[in-house]
Design a protein around this ligand. Structure first.
Ligand SMILES: Nc1nc2c(ncn2[C@@H]2O[C@H](COP(=O)(O)OP(=O)(O)OP(=O)(O)O)[C@@H](O)[C@H]2O)c(=O)[nH]1
Length: 533
C-alpha cells in the first residue's frame, strides 16, 4: 500500500509542491535574515547616529557661543584698559556672583601680554563660593588646573581658541581670546578666558534644547568604547571627543527607545508568518485542484483500464467519456479500442471454435463440450448420448460433381442438421471432412435413436442429387448412436468410440441407415475412433 502510494502521481505532486513550499519558506527566511532585518538594523543605527550628530552640533554651538561671549568682553576698550591697569573700577562694575551664576561661568581669567595671570574670578565647583584673586592660591587654588591648561594653550597659539578640558568632577569647555580694542586695532595686551562646566545643570539644558537624553563621561584615551550598543529595547550611541589633555577623552552619547524598530520587526514577522500560511494554503489549494482536475480522473481512467483488461462488464466509463478535456478524449479512444478489441476477440474465438465452411461448431468446441457434458452427467447421474453422422460415398460425389459442389453439399447438409439440433436443443459439430458429431445431454439412447432417424430423414428430404451413389439417387447419411450406458469407461474417447462403432456397422450394413451401438463381437473389437481428447 505504502509502496504503491510512493509511486503514485499524488505522492509525486505532494513531494514536488512540498519542495516548492520549503524552498519558498527558506527564501523568505533567508531574505528576512540577510536583507530585511539587517536593513532595519542599519536604519536604526542611522537614526541614532544622526541624533548623536545633532547632539554634537549642539555642543559645538555651545562652545561657539562661549567663545563669542569671551570675544565680546576681550574686544572691549574697558577690558583693554583694565588689563593695562588704567581702569580700576572695572571689577566692581562688571563682576558679581550673580553675573557669574546667571551666565553659568565657572571661571573668567585675564592674562597680561606675557601670559601671566592678571585677574581671576570664579565660583568654586564644590561650594559655589564666589572668589576673585590674582594668584591660584587659597580659595582660588581650585582654579589651578584650568589656569595651567589655559597658559599652556597660550604658548601654542596667540589666536582665539576653544577646547574641552577634563575637570575633577565634570568636564568643562574653555574659550580663550586675545584682548584688543573695540575696533580691533592695536596690539593684543593680554588674553581673556572663560570656563563653563559641562555639569548636570548644563546637560539638562542641552537635553531641553535637543529633546534627547545626553550622557557625558570622561574616559582614559586607552579605553575604546563601541560606537553603538543595544541593551533590551534601548540603543545607545556615543562619540569620543578629544580634550586638551591627551590622556583623557570625553564621551558624549545619547540613547533611543527601540520601540519603532521592534514594532517593525513584529510587523515583518507577522507578514512573514501570514505569507507562509498563505503559501501553505495556495499549495494545498493547488494540490486539491490537481486532485480534482487531473488525479481523480486519471485514477478513474486507470480503474477503467484495469477493469477493461480484466473483461469486467461492470465498468462504467460514461462519466469519463462525457468529459470534453484530454482525459475525455483519451477515455473515448480507449473505449473505442476496447470495443474493437472485444469484437476481434469474439471473432477470433468464433473462428477457433467454429468451422469456416458450414458455420457449425468444430471439433475443438465439440471436445470441450463433450468433456463438460460428461462431468455434468456424472455429477447428476443423467443419461448422455452421442452420434456420429457421415455422408455416404462423398468421395464419389466430389468426383462426380466437383469439389465446389461438394462444399455446397456439405453446407446444405450442415444447415439441415443444425435446424434439427436447434429444435431439440443439442449440439452438432463438423468433426471431420464429411463427418458430423452430435452431443445430446440428458437424452436416453432410445430418444437419441428417434432423433437419429429424424436427422437421417431430414437429409433424405433435401433430395440433393447424387447420381454416383450406389445407395440412392440423392445424398444420404449413415448415423451411429452411442451412449454413456454403452461405454465401459467414461472417457470422451471411449464414449465416442461407441458411436463410431455403431456408424461403422451402419456403413458395413449398406449405408443410409441409423445404427445404435451394440457390444462388438470379438472380431469387431478392433474398430477405433480418432476423436482426440
Ligand atoms: N468438397 C469437399 N470434400 C471434402 C471435404 N472434406 C473431405 N472431403 C472429401 O470427402 C471424401 C471422404 O471420402 P471417404 O473418406 O473415402 O468416404 P466416402 O467416400 O464418403 O465413403 P464412405 O464414407 O465410406 O461412405 C474425400 O474424397 C474428401 O476429399 C471438404 O471440405 N469439401
Amino acid at each position: 500500500m505504502l509502496r504503491h502510494f510512493s509511486r503514485s502521481l499524488r505522492f509525486q505532486f505532494l513531494i514536488a509542491l512540498s519542495g516548492v513550499l520549503l524552498l519558498a519558506l527558506c527564501s523568505l527566511g533567508a531574505m528576512s535574515k540577510w536583507i530585511i532585518f539587517p536593513a532595519l538594523h542599519k536604519e536604526e543605527r542611522g537614526i541614532i547616529s544622526q541624533e548623536l550628530k545633532r547632539v554634537e552640533r549642539s555642543l559645538a554651538l555651545a562652545q561657539q557661543e562661549l567663545l563669542a561671549q569671551a570675544r565680546d568682553w576681550a574686544n572691549w576698550d574697558d577690558t583693554y584698559e583694565f588689563v593695562q591697569g588704567n581702569y580700576s573700577r572695572y571689577r566692581e562694575v562688571n563682576f558679581s556672583p550673580e553675573m557669574m551664576q546667571e551666565m553659568r561661568y565657572q571661571l573668567i581669567a585675564f592674562f597680561d601680554a606675557s601670559g601671566d595671570i592678571y585677574f581671576l574670578s570664579g565660583l568654586a565647583p564644590d561650594t559655589g563660593e564666589y572668589t576673585t584673586c590674582t594668584r591660584t592660591l587659597g580659595n582660588c587654588a581650585w582654579m589651578s588646573p584650568y589656569i595651567d591648561s589655559i597658559q599652556l594653550s597660550l604658548e601654542d597659539s596667540s589666536d582665539q581658541q576653544r577646547y574641552l578640558f577634563p575637570g575633577a568632577s565634570s568636564p568643562a569647555m574653555v574659550a580663550v581670546t586675545p584682548i584688543v580694542r573695540t575696533d580691533g586695532s592695536g596690539p593684543s595686551v593680554g588674553w581673556l578666558a572663560k570656563v563653563r562646566l559641562m555639569n548636570e545643570e548644563w546637560i539638562a539644558q542641552m537635553e531641553a534644547v535637543t529633546g534627547l537624553p545626553i550622557t557625558i563621561e570622561q574616559l582614559p584615551s586607552s579605553q575604546i568604547e563601541p560606537m553603538t550598543t543595544i541593551e533590551g529595547d534601548t540603543i545607545y550611541a556615543q562619540h569620543l571627543l578629544p580634550t586638551n589633555v591627551p590622556a583623557i577623552n570625553i564621551s558624549i552619547g545619547t540613547q533611543l527607545n527601540r520601540t519603532h524598530y521592534l514594532a517593525s520587526l513584529d510587523t515583518i514577522r507577522y507578514v512573514l508568518i501570514w505569507t507562509a500560511c498563505l503559501m501553505l494554503f495556495v499549495i494545498g489549494f493547488v494540490l486539491w485542484l490537481m486532485e480534482r482536475i487531473i488525479l481523480r480522473p486519471l485514477k478513474a481512467l486507470s480503474v477503467f483500464a484495469r477493469q477493461a483488461s480484466g473483461e469486467d462488464t461492470r465498468l462504467d466509463s460514461a462519466l469519463l467519456c462525457q468529459r470534453s478535456d484530454e482525459i475525455g478524449i483519451l477515455a473515448r479512444s480507449f473505449e473505442q479500442q476496447l470495443t474493437r478489441q472485444r469484437e476481434l476477440n469474439a471473432e477470433l474465438l468464433n473462428l477457433s471454435t467454429h468451422d469456416a465452411l458450414t458455420g457449425l461448431p468444430n471439433r475443438r468446441l465439440f471436445d470441450q463440450e463433450l468433456q463438460a457434458a460428461i462431468h455434468e452427467t456424472e455429477a447428476r447421474s443423467q443419461p448422455l448420448a452421442v452420434m456420429m453422422l457421415d455422408i455416404d460415398h462423398f468421395k464419389l460425389f466430389n468426383d462426380h460433381y466437383g469439389h465446389q459442389k461438394g462444399d455446397e453439399c456439405l453446407q446444405q447438409v450442415a444447415l439441415a442438421l443444425q435446424n434439427v439440433a436447434a429444435s431439440h436443443n443439442f449440439l452438432i459439430a463438423r468433426t471431420g471432412g464429411e463427418e458430423f458429431s452430435a452431443l445430446l445431454p440428458n437424452i436416453s439412447a432410445n430418444t437419441a435413436k428417434q432423433i437419429g432417424y429424424q436427422l437421417h430423414r431430414t437429409v433424405d428430404q433435401l433430395k440433393l442429387p447424387h447420381k454416383a451413389s450406389p445407395v440412392a439417387p440423392h445424398v444420404t447419411i449413415s448415423v451411429g448412436i452411442g451412449s454413456l450406458d454403452d461405454s465401459s469407461d467414461i472417457s470422451p474417447t471411449a464414449l465416442m468410440s461407441t458411436a463410431d462403432q455403431a456408424l461403422y456397422r451402419a456403413k458395413a450394413a449398406g449405408r443410409h441407415q441409423v445404427m445404435v451401438f451394440t457390444p462388438p463381437t470379438s472380431s469387431a473389437s478392433a474398430y477405433t475412433h480418432d476423436t482426440p481428447l
